[in-house]
Design a protein around this ligand. Structure first.
Ligand SMILES: Nc1ncnc2c1ncn2[C@@H]1O[C@H](COP(=O)(O)OP(=O)(O)OP(=O)(O)O)[C@@H](O)[C@H]1O
Ligand SMILES: [Mg+2]
Length: 514
């Protein structure tokens, strides 16, 4: 149906164009000009660049030919047309489009004629209808399809694609006037017909039903395939996009969680530090008083007569216990103050290996008595760095003490050093029980200890953490696959005069089981 409409539109446009061409000429030139042979010759050349027009003829209102350009000049010379049907038709209707006929040269022709607005003459052109036929044959007709134009008598106006010379008797029955486009199945063909040129021609398009359905099915299958392919591509890209987004979200979540954890730790340290400083300060004075008073009692006791003082020995023991515990409390407050003090880090050139040796010497006796060996795997070419020696040593000492406590007896602590372009790495690994996930979470918290009351303050690791942060390095803790804990200190490599990055270095613990 659509094809019939498209084709009939194309044909109508083509015929309209030819009529418009002649109407333009007749509107522009009066009979005197256009009836002049020379003038018509020039006009013909101008309008016929593509060779569509076979000839051009001007006839006055009485039917006498005035001028002619074309191959049949001799034949039409002096010819009178006043009786010709097409001529009178043109004068009455203003325009005329003939049927297609084969001219002398056996080329299908079509005559188009119009009259000027004053009806003083008729201009007639013979159009080569091959171009016009091509309009029909452009249509996709399939192998056995056909498209042609017939007049009401059933005569072919354009050649049949299938080489048919005349309509079958069944096809002739379709030559009844109807409006718009009609479709009808006859035998194995589907016929689409449409009257064109004001009912003077019928455009007939025929398809084999099987082929038309075939092409429909083919088109439907193609559409289905395109839809399926588009769906697959869409789903595939949606899945990829989703995965990418989820991955990105996960990564950013992890990063944020890590940052949060570090921030929490920093805040915790800062607030506890402030609190601890205040408390330690307040407690230190009374402690001092207690020590003084206990000392005073101790000094006075020998003046007493043990025979008169019933619990003399008890008092002396109690005083020494008071002194012992006050000293212990003093140590705690001292550590607390050290921890919370905004220490100005002294920058000096430190030799890490030497610091390690020195620190080990502090604990070696204790290690020996518990049958714990301390092995060194020190990089001899370790570079020096600008840092704070006593504070670094404090970190080493805290870690070594923890190691000795964890191993308890009969075991080993290995201290190793290495460096790359950016940092020095110091590892302390021990053969202790390792660190459980719960302890791992809190190991850097101030006052967190698993040791018996009186044995540990729980400040060692938090002090290490704080120091490493101030020195621009970090402290990581992991468990070894073979058991035991491993602490890694990362100390930034800084040369003399290089600005430090205190408080800005990375810090924190990983808590991963490696
Ligand atoms: N090498 C290690 N192996 C196993 N657990 C450890 C090790 N080092 C530290 N820990 C755990 O971490 C806890 C906290 O250590 P931290 O040094 O902060 O405090 P502490 O050793 O208990 O007390 P202090 O340092 O005052 O003696 C310890 O109580 C212990 O449970
Ligand atoms: Mg400790």
């Amino acid at each position: 149906m659509r094809m019939a409409e498209e084709r009939s539109d194309a044909i109508r446009q083509y015929l309209d164009q030819q009529i418009l061409l002649l109407s333009t000429l007749s509107g522009m030139y009066p009979v005197k000009v256009i009836g002049n042979q020379d003038h018509l010759d020039r006009l013909f050349k101008a309008i016929n660049e593509r060779g569509h027009v076979v000839d051009l003829q001007v006839i006055d209102a009485k039917g006498v030919q005035l001028s002619y350009v074309g191959p049949h000049r001799a034949l039409v010379e002096g010819k009178k047309y006043h009786d010709a049907e097409w001529f009178n038709d043109t004068l009455i209707a203003g325009k005329h489009v003939s049927d297609v006929f084969l001219g002398y040269r056996n080329i299908p022709h079509l005559v188009v004629a119009v009259t000027d607005p004053l009806k003083t003459y008729v201009i007639r052109a013979t159009i080569n209808s091959e171009k016009f036929n091509a309009l029909l044959h452009q249509a996709q007709m399939g192998h056995s399809g056909d498209a042609f134009i017939v007049n009401p008598e059933g005569e072919f106006q354009t050649p049949s694609l299938q080489g048919e010379k005349e309509l079958t008797s069944a096809e002739r029955e379709l030559l009844v006037h109807h409006e718009g486009t009609a479709a009808q199945v006859m035998g194995s063909y589907l016929y689409t017909t449409r009257w064109i040129k004001e009912g003077q021609w019928m455009l007939m398009i025929k398809f084999k039903v099987s082929e038309s359905l075939g092409s429909f099915n083919e088109r439907r299958n193609n559409s289905l395939m395109i839809i399926a392919a588009a769906t697959i591509i869409f789903m595939f890209s949606a899945v990829l996009l989703c995965r990418y987004m989820v991955g990105k979200l996960e990564r950013s979540d992890r990063r944020r969680a890590n940052m949060d954890q570090q921030m929490i730790q920093v805040e915790k340290m800062a607030s506890i530090g402030r609190l601890a400083a205040g408390i330690a300060h307040e407690i230190n004075n009374p402690l001092q008083m207690i020590t003084n008073q206990a000392g005073w009692i101790e000094e006075l006791l020998p003046d007493e007569d043990p025979a008169l003082v019933k619990n003399f020995d008890e008092y002396r023991d109690a005083v020494s216990k008071i002194k012992f515990h006050v000293t212990r409390a003093g140590t705690i407050t001292h550590r607390l103050l050290g921890f919370s003090r905004r220490m100005t880090t002294e920058k000096e050139c430190i030799r890490v290996n030497e610091l390690i040796e020195e620190t080990i010497s502090f604990v070696e006796n204790e290690a020996l008595s518990n049958k714990i060996t301390i092995e060194r795997e020190l990089d001899e070419n370790l570079p020096t760095t600008m840092s704070d020696g006593p504070q670094v040593q404090q970190v080493f000492l805290n870690i070594l003490n923890n190691g000795l406590d964890a191993v308890d007896h009969d075991g080993k602590i290995v201290v190793s050093t290495r460096a790359d372009d950016a940092s020095i790495y110091i590892e302390f690994s021990d053969t202790g029980p390792g660190i459980s996930p719960e302890v791992m979470k809190q190991i850097f918290d101030p006052f967190f200890t698993t040791k018996e009351p009186g044995k540990g303050t729980g400040l060692g690791m938090s002090i290490c953490y704080d120091i490493m942060k101030k020195l621009g390095g970090k402290i990581d803790v992991n468990n070894k696959k073979t058991g035991g804990a491993i602490f890694t200190i990362t100390l930034p490599l800084r040369k003399m005069g290089e600005p430090g990055q205190e408080e800005e270095g990375t810090f924190g613990y990983e808590g991963a089981i490696s």
